[in-house]
Every structure is written in C-alpha cells, then in structure tokens.
Design a protein around this ligand. Structure first.
Ligand code: ADP
Ligand code: MG
Length: 751
C-alpha cells in the first residue's frame, strides 16, 4: 500500500499534466495562489495538479476529477495579478478526498503506479511500443518540430508508460480525452490509445497539407484563366467581334436535325449540356465544340443515290483505262454479284445486306506501283455513282491511327476511317484503303484487328472510334484495298479479301496508255491543245525503253509531264507555235537516258543460256553460265541459288548425262572434270524450278560446244526425262522490272 500524502490542490483548466512532462501553468485565483504558496513552503514543493471537469471559476471538490498528478514546482515567476509556474509531473495520484481548509483546497492523495504488461518482451507489445515511437516521431516532424529535437526527446524516454504520457501531453485532443488517458493505468492500453490519436492526427495533418496545396494550385489556375480571358476579351474588342451567345443553340439545332442513332443522341446531349455549363472560352468548351462539330459533319443518314447499271459501269471502266481486261472483268463480275445479292427475289433492294451475303466482299488490288490500282478504284466509284475516298495506310503504326484517340487526350482526333467518312459525306462511299501492305511490322495485334473489324460485315455496322465514343455504321461502305505485295498483309486480313492481280504492262501497252491517256492529260494540264503538243509513237517508245524502268506507268507519266512543261514554256515564250516531239528530240528535252536498254544478250555463246524470272514488281532476264574444269566430276553451283534451283541444276546434269548419246555429248566430257554452273546478276537471291530448261541448255551447249541463241530467252521446269512442264507467269516475266527503283531490291525470285 503506497503512502498517503496531503497536498495543496492546483486545479487545472482545460489542461492535463502528465507524469514525466514539464509544463508552464499560469495561476491567478486567490485560492490557487494560496495553495501554491503552501506548496512552496514544503520541502518537496509538491502540489496535486488535477483537472477541472468544467471550466468554472469557483472550484469546489465536485468539479475536480479524482485522478491527477503529483507535480513539483520547479520554477516560479511572480507577476502582476498572478504567477507563472513551471510544473514537472512526478507521479499519478488519486485524491481519496478533498478538503477545504478555509484558505485553499487540500487533497489526501495516494500515489498510483502504472499497470505494466505481463512481459515487456512480448513481441506484440514490443511492436506496439516501436510503432508508437515511430509514429510519434513522424507526428512531431509533421507538426514542424526540428527532427533532432524530436529524436532527442523520444530517446530520453525508455519506459513505454512514460512514452505514452509524454506523447499524450503533446496531442491535440479534448481535455476530457486527455484526462481519459491519464486515468488509463494499463500501459498497453494507454500506448494503444495514444497511437490511435497519433495516427488520426497525422491523417489530419496530411489532409491539411493536401488541401493547402490544392487551394494554392486552384488559385494559381484561376488567376491564370482570368488573365487569359481578360486578354481574349481585349483581342475580341480590338477585332470587333461579337459574342455568339447562341453558338451552343446552333450546334444543338444542327445535331437534332441529323436524327442520330440512340447512342449518339445520348452522347451528344451529354456533351451539349457540358458545353453550356463550361466557360465559353475555356479549353474544355473548345474540345467539346470540336467534338460536336465532328459528329455533326459525319454522314449518319446521308446516302449517295446509287446507280449501278452494269453496262454503263463497263463503259466507264473502259473509258478510263486501257487494257487490264482481266481486272475489268473481275471487277464487273464482282459488281454484278453484289447487285444480285442486294436484291431480294422480288427485285426490291434490301435495306441491308446480311452477313452471309457480304462475306469476302472486299476487293484487294495487288500489283506494282503505277499499274492503275488507285485509278481503277476511282473509276468504280464513278461507275456506281458513289463518292470516293482514299486513305493511305502507309505509316499507320498503331491502333489509334485507325480508331482514333480517346477524347481525354489533348488534341485527340478521330481515326482515319472516321475522318474518311467525314470526307465522303455519305454513308455509302467507295472507300479505298491504300497500301494495306505498308502497315509495317509494328502494325500487328490490336491495330490489325481494328482494321479487321472495319472490314467485317458482321461487326462494321457498329464500328466504334475511340474519339467518337459511339458506334458508327460502316456496313454500306464499299471497301477496296490495294497492296504491292501480298506477303506483307497479315493473314487474317488477307482472308477477308478477294484478290485482283495487276500484272504490269508490256511495252506495247505502255505505249497505248501513253498515247490515249497520259499525253492527252498532259496537254490539258499544261493548258495546251492537241495541235500544239503531240508526241510520236517512236518518241514514246524511246521514253518507255530508255527513260523508265517500271512495271507501271508512273515514271512514264512523269517524263511525259516533263515534256509537256518544256513544250508549254517554249510555246508561251513565243519561240514556236506547236511542237511534235519525235524520237531524236527526246534526248534534247529530257536529258540523257536514265536507264540503259536491257543488257542486251550479245553474241551467241557456248555454255551461256538466257533465262527469265519475275518478282512481284516485274520481270527480267538472267544468264545461266556453265563451264568445265579439271576435277572429279563434281557439280559446283554459285550465284546465291536457292535449294529448288540447286535441285534443278542437279536434275539438269543427270538429264544431260543420261541422254548424252541422244544429245551428242562425247563420253569423255564428264570424266576428270568438275562442272560449274553460275547464275550471275547481282546479289539477287534466286529460287524456283523454272530455270531448269535454261540450265539444261547451258550445260548441253557446253558439252557439245554448240552456241545457244542469245536472243532467245527460256523458262520452264524440266523433268529427268527431259520434258518441259507447263509454265506460268509469262506476262509477268516479259514485263519490265521496276525493282531497280525499289530500295532493298526484289523480295526474291520465284517461278
Ligand atoms: N490501264 C491504264 N489506263 C490508263 N491510265 C492508266 C492505266 N494504268 C495506270 N494508269 C495511270 O497511271 C497513273 C498511276 O496509276 P495509279 O492508279 O496511281 O497506280 P497504282 O495505284 O497502281 O500505283 C495514273 O495516272 C493512272 O491513271
Ligand atoms: Mg496507288
């Protein structure tokens, strides 16, 4: 049982003194002053500091709590009307009873000990202790106390109960809560309750900080906005511009007139509302307006009157293009089938073609540049009476190119498809997806699937562009795609497409195209008449063979354009009235030939035969050379030959050996010699079986010493019995190559 002491009472208003804590207290009430004097007279200078339940002036025992702190008065400063004390809390105490001795209040106090935990080493308690310490340090620093002070203070307290008391003294909590902590004798409980308060207070401080910075930010932005708006007003005034208050109204009317689909209607209504709420000149309003205008400009319900008369379509295709008979036929067939499919048995046009019927209904034009792919597509639009739009997919790198960016992006835009539709102005245009093979390697996964969705009749009636945010109907669009190479088109995409091959033109076809289309076009474009500017066939042939090297007619068109401009200048300058360009003039007008005529096969030689090959961009000739040298009867092959071509060479040798008699090859020819077959012509990798006949010819020529006719080119696979198999691609092989103008050369040679 601990000691009982009788001590003068120091009533505390709104504060609680904890053991181990020093605190300045002001005292002014006469009874209190007398109590302080009494304490100072004792040896211990102890006083019982106890909080009042209520903040009242006249203190009676009933307003005092019973739990308080035995405190030592360590300093005293007397002043006018009162004293300033520095108290140090020594020990918790309970007032057993209070007694008014007439001059001040006394208390009979019993000292109270902490209820320590059963084990100070209990991990849970250790953790609690440590956490309280760490959080207290955090709170101290957040409250603006210097870091080293906080550390020093906390390091000075090793006892967990004291730590709780120390921190409790600093907490910003209500006096009643503080008193509650004082009365909590269990160290563990006290520590835990203190920790809860500390956490809460840290939370409050954090929130405060956040609010403060937010307010500051907002103030900054608002000031900036105000400043800009003022500036804008000034500029408006300067320009004499009127405020169009009804702008949102106008947009609303325009959009209402469109009779949008439900989803779009909703989105538009929402954005209109936002627009009305937004500040007219704000960035936000700008973004909303751009969006709404985009929506307003899209052909949601507008259709071009389609007039598909197949006979007329055939005429138009014929009018616009020379040759290309296969292509034209295939296109017309396609149109005919399409027309049939879109009519129900009664002959009434269907409102919408169903999925089954439109599958595989997208044309893909494949061929080298300048062969008329784009231009045929344009003709188709003309023949069908539909608007024509073209987007180039060259360089399209990611999905956003096709599908747009979400509006949350600054400067977001619709993707190329929706932009194309806007340009078309009708929901049923002929839509050319140019260069689908140029989507590049990075155009995989998502972006490719975006394009797939565009082309899929089952899905494209509700194509969703990220920018637009609502579905748009593409089901009435006639898509046509073009590509130079089939190989670079992603497989799933290719599956949707119906391939139409453009092989490239022969020299004669080029001449006709130039005469009928390219020259007359240049006449028109240079403001000339056919009388003023004409080009002879000989001149055109010269241009074709010496100035161009291509499968199409693009370069040819450029060269003729150059001629046209030169002639126009001469006529405008008054030098001449009319010019007819003939072959000898070409040199003069276009400069020296750019392309040397085909490496002409020279003289007839032994062991050299001329073969042919083609790449997707055009055909060419190649030479197969055979020679013998001393050796052990081996076959040496050089010239970057592919496996198939190597097999051809072996087969050729076998054939020559086994038919030596028939072919007139002396028996000695094969003994003691190696045979070397070489296919020169640069570093073009060559493969395919069709060089077989050329190899046999070169070999037999070598063995029999009979020269091969140099002006004869050959192609075809040979069997071991000497049969030449049916050949394909003759037209492609005799079409001039364009690959020299291609970076990287041709992708490989195939039969
Ligand atoms: N068969 C043809 N008849 C008339 N002009 C043609 C023919 N083929 C191509 N052209 C013209 O050649 C130029 C290039 O054709 P273009 O359609 O751009 O080729 P591609 O799209 O295949 O690269 C265009 O001016 C086109 O009108
Ligand atoms: Mg093109």
């Amino acid at each position: 049982m601990s000691e009982r002491l009788t001590l003068p009472v120091l009533p505390l208003r709104e504060v609680v003194l904890f053991p181990g804590v020093s605190m300045p207290i002001g005292a002014g009430r006469p009874t209190t002053l007398r109590a302080v004097e009494a304490a100072l007279k004792s040896d211990s200078r102890l006083i019982f500091a106890v909080a009042q339940r209520e903040n009242v002036d006249s203190v009676t025992p009933s307003v005092l709590y019973t739990t308080g702190t035995l405190a030592k008065i360590t300093q005293i400063q007397r002043g006018l009307g009162g004293v300033q004390l520095l108290l140090h809390g020594e020990q918790r105490g309970t007032a057993l009873h209070y007694n008014d001795n007439g001059r001040y209040l006394e208390a009979v106090v019993r000292e109270v000990e902490d209820l320590a935990p059963l084990s100070l080493d209990d991990p849970a308690f250790v953790a609690l202790h440590r956490e309280a310490r760490d959080r207290a340090a955090e709170l101290g620093e957040k409250s603006g106390l210097p870091e080293d002070v906080v550390r020093q203070v906390l390091e000075g307290v090793t006892d967990p109960g004291r730590l709780a008391d120390l921190v409790a003294g600093y907490l910003e909590i209500k006096p009643a809560e503080r008193q509650g902590l004082l009365e909590t004798l269990s160290v563990e409980d006290r520590l835990r309750r203190v920790l809860v308060h500390v956490q809460r207070q840290i939370g409050v401080l954090n929130a405060q900080e956040h609010i403060k910075s937010q307010v500051q930010e907002e103030l900054g932005e608002r000031q900036r906005e105000m400043f800009l708006r003022e500036q804008m007003k000034a500029i408006r005034k300067e320009l004499g511009e009127e405020d169009e208050a009804t702008e949102a109204e106008q947009l609303r009317k325009r959009l209402e007139a469109l009779d949008l689909p439900e989803a779009a209607k909703k989105e538009v209504a929402r954005e209109l509302e936002r627009l009305e709420r937004a500040n007219r000149d704000s960035m936000e309003a700008q973004v909303i307006r751009t969006y709404l205008e985009t929506v307003a400009e899209l052909p949601w319900n507008k259709r071009a009157e389609e007039s598909l008369d197949l006979k007329r379509a055939a005429e138009i295709l014929e009018q616009d293009h020379y040759g290309l008979q296969d292509v034209k036929d295939q296109v017309l067939e396609f149109l005919a089938v399409r027309q049939l499919r879109q009519r129900s048995p009664q002959g009434v046009p269907r409102s919408k073609p169903d999925e089954e019927q439109t599958r595989g209904s997208i044309l893909l034009f494949v061929g080298p540049p300048g062969v008329g792919k784009t231009s045929i597509a344009k003709s188709i639009a003309r023949a069908m009476g539909r608007p024509y739009v073209r987007i180039s997919l060259g360089g399209a790198r990611d999905e956003a190119d096709i599908r747009g960016h979400r509006r949350t992006y600054v400067g977001a835009m619709p993707g190329r498809i929706i932009q194309g539709m806007k340009q078309a102005g009708a929901k049923n245009p002929v839509f050319l997806l140019d260069e689908v093979d140029k989507l590049g390697v990075s155009f995989q996964g998502d972006p490719a699937s975006a394009l797939l969705e565009v082309l899929d009749p089952a899905q494209n009636d509700s194509f969703t562009d990220h920018y637009l945010g609502v579905p748009f109907d593409l089901s009435e669009v006639l898509f046509i795609a073009t590509a130079n190479f089939l190989q670079s088109i992603p497989g799933p995409l290719l599956d949707r497409l119906e391939t139409v091959n453009f092989a490239g033109y022969t020299e004669r076809e080029k001449l006709e195209i130039a005469k009928r289309y390219l020259v007359p076009r240049q006449v028109r474009e240079n403001g000339l008449t056919p009388e003023q500017f004409s080009v002879t066939d000989a001149a055109l042939s010269e241009i074709v063979s010496s100035y161009t090297r291509e499968a199409g007619v693009r370069q040819l068109e450029r060269e003729i354009g150059k001629l046209g401009r030169k002639v126009a200048r001469r006529i405008a300058g008054g030098d001449v009235e009319r010019v007819t360009v003939d072959a000898p003039d070409v040199d003069d007008l276009l400069g020296r030939p750019k392309v040397h005529p085909e490496r002409k096969a020279g003289e007839d030689q032994v062991g050299v035969a001329t073969g042919m090959y083609y790449t997707p961009v055009g055909g060419d000739i190649m030479f197969v050379e055979a020679s013998v040298m001393r050796g052990k009867g081996e076959l040496v092959l050089t010239g970057q030959l592919g496996d198939v071509m190597k097999e051809s060479a072996r087969a050729a040798l076998t054939y020559a050996k086994s038919h030596a008699d028939q072919l007139g090859i002396p028996e000695a020819a094969f003994s003691g010699t190696d045979i070397h077959i070489h296919v020169p012509a640069g570093a073009i990798p060559k493969d395919g079986p069709s060089a077989g006949v050329t190899m046999v010819t070169a070999l037999v020529s070598l063995m029999t010493l009979r020269p091969v006719r140099a002006r004869l080119a050959m192609t075809g696979e040979v069997t071991l019995s000497g049969r030449v198999l049916p050949v394909g691609g003759i037209k492609e092989k005799v079409t001039r190559p364009a690959w020299r103008s291609f970076r990287g050369g041709p992708p490989g040679v195939r039969r």
